[in-house]
Ligand binder design. Structure first.
Ligand code: ACO
Length: 364
């Protein structure tokens, strides 16, 4: 072991996240604590932090409003020698956490104790369901709402920590109203304690709408989509009425709530929301990872199999399929496929994938 190793700590182990709730004397963890999956976007490719012994980085979140609080402790710090000095942990984390995370622990404890017991998540209650005997609520809001923006800002560090290659959204987006946020909360039974809030944060998803801009009348010969957008906006359109593509941007169930089928429940709710949204012509997903692809494939297949016109799609056995090269595009009735796809608002590649799964499962 080199002397550097003796002062190095794997950052995935050093960082511990927890959800806490206020008590009369301080706070207590409400669900088990958990480590991040990735820390390289924050602490560098080696995922090592230099310069400390017995290093612990605690990122505690108030379970309801997700107010974060950072605390860093260690038994020894490497004395600065020339250019070699201990990693500036707090300095690095300032780029990923809002200012409120750096308050003193006592200020955090006071703030969470003073949060009203009747606090509810931001936005509006969108749906309620039960899972394994627990009650969950989905709250839906817009990034233009200050309370929604505050919560989304507090959550953004979870993206590099849990989604490989995931990126934070720009909470200062001037088009904030194009962002819809779905928050998933467990709602516990009232504990009978005046200070205790029943909400425990479980996950969230950010959804962005891209508008399909139509050339204005008379046409202004716009040279680019941006010009077209400007010209359209200049016409004072009601944006909420324009046809749009709706893209799921970030989707996360936090670790203590994973593996309980909550991801599929939240996805199905979001999907149904935009099936019912007349302006949405297509529902897409930004850079899904493998775990999300699996969830989405099963959910989309379940949805499509409820549609009689999807169930009616059959392989055209009269078509000869070559042994090599691409399959001919008339294996399945193209017009019928396009009609189901448009109705289900599923993007072409995802539809083709799910259709293939369906047809393969039908083969004798
Ligand atoms: N209806 C009912 N059950 C379903 C459905 C459905 N439509 N789809 C899947 N299931 C079942 C499956 O049987 C599966 O069970 P199994 O794993 O025992 O076979 C299970 O539900 C799948 O769901 P969960 O494992 O419970 O899913 P979870 O709630 O953990 O959510 C997710 C999965 C979103 C990947 C979550 O683990 C997570 O957030 N991970 C970290 C962040 C992440 O990777 N996010 C996605 C990034 S991509 C993006 O952001 C666009």
């Amino acid at each position: 072991m080199s002397s550097d190793d003796a002062w190095s700590t794997p950052s995935n182990e050093a960082l511990l996240l927890s959800l806490v709730a206020p008590t009369a004397t301080g706070s207590k963890t409400v669900s088990h604590s958990f480590h991040p999956k990735f820390t390289y976007p924050i602490f560098g490719d080696s995922e090592e932090i230099f310069g400390y012994k017995d290093l612990e980085i605690n990122l505690r979140y108030n379970a309801s409003d997700m107010r974060p609080n950072l605390s860093v402790s260690y038994s020894k710090k490497f004395p600065a020698v020339g250019e070699t000095e201990a990693t500036d942990i707090t300095g690095i984390l300032r780029d990923f956490l809002p200012e409120v995370a750096f308050q003193k622990k006592s200020e955090f404890e006071t703030a969470i104790k003073n949060l009203r017991a009747d606090w509810t998540p931001p936005g509006e209650l969108d749906t309620t369901f039960t899972s394994h005997g627990n009650t969950f609520e989905v709250w839906k809001g817009n990034l233009a709402d200050a309370a929604v923006k505050q919560l989304v800002t507090r959550l953004q560090i979870l993206v590099p920590l849990f989604i490989e290659g995931g990126s934070a959204i720009d909470v200062e987006d001037p088009d904030a109203d194009r962002w819809t946020i779905f928050f998933l909360y467990q709602k516990k039974a009232a504990a009978g304690d005046a200070n205790s809030n029943p909400y425990v944060f479980a996950g969230y998803s950010t959804v962005y709408r891209f508008f399909h801009f139509r050339p204005p009348t008379p046409p202004l010969s716009p040279s680019s989509e941006a010009d077209l957008e400007k010209a359209t906006l200049a016409q004072d359109f009601d944006l909420s009425q324009l046809p749009c593509r709706t893209r799921i941007s970030q989707f996360m169930i936090i670790q203590p709530f994973q593996g309980k089928g909550l991801g599929p429940r939240l996805y199905n709710h979001i999907f149904q929301t935009y099936i019912d949204h007349p302006q949405t012509v297509e529902i897409t997903v930004e850079d899904p990872n493998e775990a999300f692809d699996d969830l989405r494939d099963i959910a989309d297949l379940q949805y499509l199999r409820q549609l009689p016109e999807f169930r009616a799609l059959r392989i055209n056995t009269a078509v000869t399929i070559p042994k090599t090269g691409p399959a001919p595009n008339n294996i399945v009735d193209k017009a019928a496929c396009d009609a189901v796809r448009a109705k289900a608002k599923i993007a072409p590649r995802q539809f083709a994938r799910v259709l293939e799964m369906h047809l393969m499962s039908q083969l004798p």
